[in-house]
Design a protein around this ligand. Structure first.
Ligand SMILES: *[C@@H]1O[C@H](CO)[C@@H](O)[C@H](O)[C@H]1NC(C)=O
Ligand SMILES: *[C@@H]1O[C@H](CO)[C@@H](O)[C@H](O)[C@H]1NC(C)=O
Ligand SMILES: *[C@@H]1O[C@H](CO)[C@@H](O)[C@H](O)[C@H]1NC(C)=O
Length: 388
């Protein structure tokens, strides 16, 4: 499950519906409640008048107290908790001795990470991938280092074509460092695999589910620094079916913008998941609002390649949180941009129940259950004869 995309939307919504059924409505205007409201109001005014720094009272409160408290609790000096300035992880000399002390208790829940991708470095980078030919579309696939099976299935299916309808298409895999013990053996395997396929990019952050935002931002950094001559790029998960022909057809339509363009399956007004045992849990300290800005579901979203550099720059001023697709939504919002609805939204599908050749010939995305499904469906789709 390590490299599945984050999809708070679908289940978050379901959960909300379920929860709202179980909470009986209480009378709102009882005296105690009114008293509390007045007390809060008074406190707010007090806070406001007492704050004499340049932040707004809300921001000051968030950053200085809540944020710090949370960080004190999580106590992980490796995850240097600064998001406005971006020191390299190595320059925290005086905090290092803190690690020798045993931590008081293992802190539950997710840990902070720094999403600014230029804190990390490429160990393997496909430096020439976009020099020899200018791609029309680059498919960037975040995948767990050990998941060779998913990479091989993609290489045999939608990642195979180098030219689609006369346009150059490039497929690359983004990997972080495996958190496992035999890191050297793992690296050796990866190097071997790369010698054969020349399609792996490896960066030096720890590859884990909670670090998917880092992974996405490292993808953005790579595109900005190594491939900004491409027209479009797509971040697509490794468990996806992609009808690459339909995608290229869509992107070649004359009314598709060439800049400031982000599209996919749009998620509007999705609630932040606050239930601690959910894989999409985000504490309020990381993200105080109760809803996300409009974003495109992480399974697969497409963007014009002017955006990656802008995402990287704006990420300096956005507090990191672990839901990568909503984080990109946040970057868009801060840039004053909005994700666009695709020409035919019904082409972006998430969960499928059953394979249907005719249907798969019309869609652009579908989430699959296994790499075997991808190979099987693809083989069936490409066999001779009309699909419908
Ligand atoms: C967090 O820890 C620092 C240093 O250990 C301390 O100065 C500060 O008061 C703590 N903040 C909170 C809110 O507990
Ligand atoms: C580290 O600690 C030493 C001694 O406590 C102090 O002199 C020095 O300025 C500190 N360095 C930094 C970078 O905080
Ligand atoms: C995220 O990546 C950072 C940088 O490599 C690492 O220090 C941290 O442990 C990772 N966090 C998780 C939860 O894996």
């Amino acid at each position: 499950m390590g490299d599945h995309g984050s999809r708070p939307g679908v289940n978050g919504l379901k959960r909300l519906e379920v929860e709202s059924l179980h909470f009986p409505k209480k009378p709102i205007f009882n005296r105690r409640f009114l008293f509390l409201v007045l007390l809060c109001f008074g406190l707010c005014i007090l806070c406001y008048t007492m704050s004499n720094n340049s932040f707004s009272w809300w921001e000051g409160f968030q950053l200085n107290i809540q944020y710090e408290k949370f960080l004190n609790r999580s106590r992980d000096v490796h995850l240097h908790p600064v998001y406005r300035v971006h020191p390299k992880p190595s320059v925290i000399p005086n905090e290092t001795h803190a690690t020798t002390k045993p931590p008081p208790t293992t802190p539950p829940g997710p840990q902070y990470h720094v999403a600014y991708p230029r804190n990390y470095h490429f160990i393997m980078d496909q430096a020439d991938a976009c020099k020899n030919a200018t791609p029309f579309l680059v498919l960037m696939v975040p995948v767990a280092p050990h998941n060779v099976e998913a990479r091989n299935a993609i290489r045999q299916t939608w990642g195979k074509a180098e030219v689609v309808q006369g346009e150059v298409v490039l497929t690359l895999f983004m990997l972080g460092l495996s958190g496992q013990a035999d890191i050297e053996k793992q690296q050796e395997k990866i190097q071997h695999e790369n010698m054969e396929h020349q399609d792996l990019i490896l960066s030096d952050f720890i590859d884990s589910y909670l670090n998917l935002t880092i992974k996405t931002m490292v993808i953005m950094d790579w595109l900005a620094t190594h491939c900004n001559n491409a027209a479009y790029a797509m971040k697509i998960d490794s468990d996806m079916f992609l009808n690459i022909d339909n995608l290229v057809t869509m992107l070649k339509k004359p009314n598709i913008p060439k800049i400031n363009y982000l599209t996919g399956m749009l998620m509007w007004n999705r609630p932040v998941v606050r239930s601690k045992n959910s894989k999409w849990y985000v504490p309020e300290e990381m993200y105080p609002d109760s809803n996300y800005p409009t974003y495109t579901l992480g399974m697969g979203y497409i963007f014009s390649t002017d955006l990656p550099e802008r995402f990287v720059q704006i990420s300096k001023s956005i507090k990191p949180f672990n839901i990568e697709d909503a984080y990109i939504g946040m970057c868009m919002k801060k840039l004053g941009l909005h994700p666009s609805s695709p020409p035919d939204p019904s082409q972006f599908k998430a969960y499928n129940r059953q394979y249907n050749r005719c249907e798969f010939s019309k869609v652009i995305t579908y989430i699959l259950g296994s790499s075997k499904q991808l190979v099987d469906y693809w083989t069936d789709l490409k066999k001779p004869g009309q699909p419908c």
